[in-house]
Design a protein around this ligand. Structure first.
Ligand SMILES: [Zn+2]
Length: 297
């Protein structure tokens, strides 16, 4: 390329950068492929100035290949320009990182590369913070704390309501307990097993207030959904109805968790079904203080 032609194209690239016209993109798309490094550099610089005016994705696509240009100043201006595209330039991050780590890369190029990478990552962080997150189950917009909780627990976005629902499902799946509560107690509570029905009816018969499968409680930083909670006595009752190895391991872990947290837990096993007066009455310290087997009806 003769000098006059190079000067003409260089001036053209510069003017396009100042034009603030989206239509400048088409000409710049030709100029970034110029055989003159000066022209390629000025075209890259122009694309940086036109960030937000030209087609964003197409401009990033033009700039990315220039990061591996033979001329360091072209690489430098391509990096600078990409920084102006913020989140849209996310795909340039791996190349920018490679350039920064390349021992052969020029220091002045690395400085521009580092600044561009920082800008793009910061833009991504801000976008993430400002993003509206919706529950993946019911599509309600979730609050920041709901988002944090559900991401930590499930690596998915759930509102608190769906969080609870999902937690129960998972717990029931874990312990292979039937999800459906199909057994009705005398006071109308639907429970999951005969053992739970007998416990509920025993508590009701002794006028002990209880909440069945009520809501999540935090014990030792973990969420637990106890079978029964007796609010007046601050006591938990778990009915351990299964006999598989997995279930028993889960049971022991859960029992330890209650113990570590200093919570009062009464464990009821299938073999206790016929002697709830002894097990529940005894452990609740109520023997003698209550009417045995009393039925309010
Ligand atoms: Zn939801």
């Amino acid at each position: 390329m003769n000098l006059a032609n190079e000067r003409k194209l260089a001036a053209q690239a510069k003017a396009l950068g100042e034009s603030a016209e989206a239509a400048a993109f088409d000409e710049l798309a030709g100029l970034v492929r110029s055989e003159s490094a000066l022209v390629r550099r000025l075209a890259a610089s122009a694309l940086g100035k036109l960030a937000g005016i030209t087609d964003t994705a197409a401009s990033v696509d033009l700039l990315c290949p220039l990061l591996t240009d033979a001329h360091p100043q072209v690489r430098q201006y391509a990096a600078k320009a990409l920084g102006a595209y913020g989140t849209a330039a996310e795909k340039a991050l791996p190349d920018l990182r490679d350039m920064f780590q390349n021992p052969a890369e020029k220091d002045y190029v690395k400085r521009s590369v580092r600044a561009a990478g920082k800008t793009i990552r910061e833009a991504l962080r801000i976008a993430e913070e400002c993003a509206v997150h919706k529950c993946s189950r019911c599509s309600h917009v979730v609050a920041a704390d709901e988002y944090a909780r559900s991401m930590k627990m499930f690596q998915r976005v759930f509102c608190d309501h769906c969080f609870d629902e999902t937690y129960i499902k998972r717990r029931n799946f874990d312990t292979r307990v039937e999800v459906q509560k199909t057994i009705r107690t005398k006071d109308g509570t639907l429970v999951q097993s005969v053992g739970e029905r007998l416990i509920a009816e025993w508590l009701a018969a002794h006028n002990i207030a209880y909440r069945y499968d009520d809501r999540l409680r935090i014990i030792e930083g973990r969420q637990v959904r106890p079978d029964f909670y007796l609010p007046e006595l601050d006591v938990y009752i778990e009915y351990w109805g299964m006999d598989t190895v997995d279930y028993k391991i889960g049971m022991l872990m859960k029992q330890q968790m209650y113990q570590h947290a200093g919570k009062k837990l009464i464990s009821v096993y299938p073999q206790d079904k016929g002697r709830l007066d002894e097990v529940l009455g005894g452990k609740l310290g109520l023997v003698g203080g209550i009417e045995h087997g009393g039925d309010r009806q």
